[in-house]
Design a protein around this ligand. Structure first.
Ligand code: FES
Ligand SMILES: [Fe+2]
Length: 460
């Protein structure tokens, strides 16, 4: 049977820009038919048309633009450095690097986590190498001349103290910077006057109240080098419009063009792509029974009038709950099944989902390469046992996610996404057209991100 919708039909000239949507069931329709629903406030659409001007390619390709971001963006925004479970004990530390900045996150004797600039107050030596972690420090001793500091940053001792009569202890502590936690993540901000973390993240904490990420643990962590500017790579993960051409494998199952995009605050946006609900615009239409079979069940078990999504989700709550040893009985269908991605400015994405439990972080390696962290999070089991987080699997530009053992079903999808960046980066640099032309709705999060970026960049 052919789908009754034509995605290539011209845009409706009677609609105001940004008002058009893909035909077929909306995310709201899907969620309203769920037998266990997310809250109305969680699911409410929040989109505003932000204009349709081209977005200049030199925002990505210019080294000067990258330098402006170093001066005005990376030193003023909250970024997650590590998980709390990376540094569970007194004296455990983690080094977070972002371009030329290096931050040392360490747990003190009072169990408080603090962040310091990873630079010795004496002559600037780094205490620890970039992107390393360690455990059990009783104090921090600089490897150059051996000055040392307590875990709370106070000066401990200076060798040959007789030669430093001009140093006042209280003025010679480590350079502390704002540090706070949310969802089990340790966030840092290099701006001493940063707004409080929870205010910056709003409304993320309310939206994740029912799916606390602090009650999850890391099962997988990869760090892959990608070709291209960090924004270009990140934006490949902010829309589902590319699913049609980039991930063509199971288009009849995924309502990619009906994904909902929400602009929640200057720092937070979201997409919600319903999975397991079929795809009303695909030429291959399937019945609920066929959908149920595609979801791995006996189609004859689906009762007349029952939705495959609901029946599948009920089974999954039980089977996955048993295998993970967690109670999933109250988890809404959308959280169980869908791809729901929250972007937090500038460089992080958090998914509340159970079957799509991703965390992303994108960091610039110069203006033309990106370091992409991916973590998978799983709910902590009833036993309360929280395994030690695995060390990141480091992947070079040519390494494939399919080569990573135990990555799960997302590996091929991530390879498809990563492969795009090589060509997109080359194409951006050779383009005679000066900028990219964005979809009004499906690529709204990219425009929204750049509007916030401009707000940061315009202030010296
Ligand atoms: S640079 Fe650190 S003790 Fe000299
Ligand atoms: Fe993708």
């Amino acid at each position: 049977m052919n789908a009754k919708y034509d995605i290539y039909a011209p845009a409706d000239p009677t609609l105001a820009p940004g008002d058009a949507r893909c035909p077929g069931p909306s995310v709201q329709d899907v969620l309203n038919a769920d037998n266990q629903r997310v809250s109305p406030d969680f699911q409410a659409p929040r989109y505003t048309y932000l204009g349709n001007e081209d977005l200049a390619f030199d925002r990505y390709t210019s080294e000067a633009f990258h330098q402006l971001e170093v001066e005005r963006l990376w030193c003023r925004t909250w970024q997650w450095a590590c998980r709390e479970e990376h540094i569970p004990k007194v004296g455990d530390y983690y080094v977070y690097d972002i371009d030329r900045y290096s931050v040392l996150v360490i747990r003190g004797e009072d169990m408080r986590i603090r962040a310091f600039v990873n630079s010795c107050p004496h002559r600037g030596m780094q205490f620890f190498d970039s992107d390393t972690q360690g455990t059990g420090k009783q104090f921090l001793r600089c490897p150059f001349h051996g000055m040392s500091w307590r875990l709370d940053g106070a000066l401990r001792e200076i060798p040959c103290r007789w030669d430093f009569p001009h140093v006042k202890d209280e003025e010679f502590g480590l350079q502390a910077i704002p540090c706070d936690t949310w969802g089990g993540f340790v966030f840092i901000n290099l701006d001493a006057n940063a707004q409080p973390l929870l205010e910056y993240l709003s409304p993320l904490p309310e939206h994740f109240a029912a799916t606390p990420l602090e009650d999850r643990f890391v099962t997988m962590h990869t760090q892959k080098v990608l070709q291209g500017n960090w924004k270009m790579c990140m934006e490949g993960f902010l829309e589902a419009y590319h699913v049609l051409a980039t991930h063509p494998n199971r288009l009849h199952m995924s309502a990619w063009a009906n994904t909902q995009y929400d602009l929640l605050s200057p720092h937070v946006s979201r997409f919600h792509q319903p999975l397991t609900s079929g795809n009303a615009i695909h030429p291959r239409q399937i019945t609920e029974r066929q959908l149920y079979a595609e979801l791995g069940h006996d189609p004859n078990e689906l009762k007349e009038g029952e939705s495959a999504r609901n029946a599948h989700c009920d089974k999954l709550r039980r089977s996955l709950g048993e295998s993970l040893d967690v109670d999933l009985s109250q988890v809404p269908n959308a959280i169980m099944l869908d791809s729901i991605e929250y972007h937090v400015f500038p460089n992080a994405c958090f998914f509340p989902g159970i079957t799509i439990p991703l965390i992303y972080r994108f960091r610039p390696l110069g203006h033309d390469k990106t370091l992409h962290d991916i973590m998978l999070l799983q709910p902590v089991p009833r036993s309360g046992h929280r395994p030690k987080p695995p060390a990141p699997v480091k992947l070079g530009m040519d390494d494939r996610y399919t080569s990573v053992k135990d990555f799960g079903f997302l590996d091929r999808v991530l390879d498809q996404d990563s492969d795009n960046f090589v060509r997109q980066w080359a194409g951006m640099r050779t383009s005679l057209k000066k900028g990219q032309t964005l979809a009004n709705y499906q690529e709204a999060r990219i425009r929204h991100f750049h509007a916030t970026l401009d707000d940061y960049l315009k202030t010296a």
